[in-house]
Design a protein around this ligand. Structure first.
Ligand SMILES: [Zn+2]
Ligand SMILES: [Zn+2]
Length: 282
């Protein structure tokens, strides 16, 4: 029996093109090659719509939205250069990861036309204008603004659903990221108002044959991968496509937690034959 191929559907954030990542993209691609990956989707974050939507660390470092937008164009040139340079050793895809906030869909559409990526990772990192995965303080602010954890989760999954319908991204990034700083997430996810939305979103994912990012960076931030076990069970029961993503943000996080994550899937009876993302035809 041959070992399952190693792949990543989401990752390759680099210090060269992302303020909260490390290392050059070339070094990261080499790390994928060294770790024996067959293919890897390089999916850098999209730039902010304007200065107000910068990540806090970008704002502190006084990077303007215009600078970040220019760097994003440079990212695509470099990604494609590396794809060609290493084509005999690894298959690379050049894509990007979305943001989801008011006005972001129009920006994504413009970026799609301008950069013609191989595919999108559709992600939500903001609820009510507040970044939910940046740190505990921002998360607490988002909970307070939403009026509690349940309304926050509901708003997150509603924003995700609207994004999925609007963009139909080939890959859905870290499906239940909203649980990141909630120690009681197993109960919050199970709340009927939340669970109803999770099922709705999963039904859409399956109907459109989108891939769920089996995001092993979750082990660094929480006790398990995204999506968490209850959501994963519901996704598998529906026949959803599940593919690992290391969400690497530097050489050190290439393949980190990978085997641990794949073991979770294998124990659940997954055949570990990974789908490739559906690529745009430009
Ligand atoms: Zn990132
Ligand atoms: Zn993300």
């Amino acid at each position: 029996m041959s070992l399952p191929q190693r792949v990543s559907v989401h990752g390759g954030h680099s210090g060269q093109f992302c303020h909260h990542a490390k290392d050059s993209l070339d070094a990261i691609v080499n790390a994928y090659i060294d770790a024996g990956f067959t293919w890897a989707g390089i999916t850098e974050h999209m730039p902010p719509l304007d200065d107000a939507w910068r990540y806090p660390d970008e704002a502190e470092s006084q990077f303007s939205a215009a600078t970040l937008q220019a760097r994003f164009r440079a990212y695509f040139s470099e990604c494609r250069r590396l794809r060609d340079k290493y084509q005999d050793r690894i298959e690379l895809f050049c894509g990007f990861e979305t943001e989801t906030y008011p006005g972001s869909s129009a920006v994504v559409r413009d970026l799609l036309a301008a950069t013609q990526p191989d595919y999108l990772v559709g992600s939500v990192h903001h609820v009510g204008g507040i970044g939910i995965d940046y740190n505990r303080e921002h998360y607490a602010k988002a909970v307070q603004q939403a009026g509690g954890l349940v309304p926050l989760y509901c708003a997150y999954f509603d924003a995700q659903y609207a994004m999925l319908v609007e963009l139909e991204p080939a890959v859905v990034g870290h499906f239940d990221l909203i649980r990141i700083f909630d120690p009681d997430y197993l109960n919050t996810l199970r709340h009927p108002e939340v669970w109803r939305r999770i099922e709705r979103n999963l039904d859409f994912v399956v109907q459109k044959q989108l891939i769920l990012d089996f995001n092993v960076r979750g082990f660094d931030k929480t006790t398990e991968q995204y999506p968490s076990r209850p959501v994963l069970d519901a996704a598998l029961a529906r026949g959803a496509y599940i593919v690992p993503g290391d969400d690497s943000h530097g050489v050190a996080s290439v393949a980190r937690n990978y085997d641990r994550g794949v073991a979770v899937l294998a124990a659940l009876g997954h055949d570990c034959r990974w789908r490739r993302p559906r690529l745009y035809r430009w």
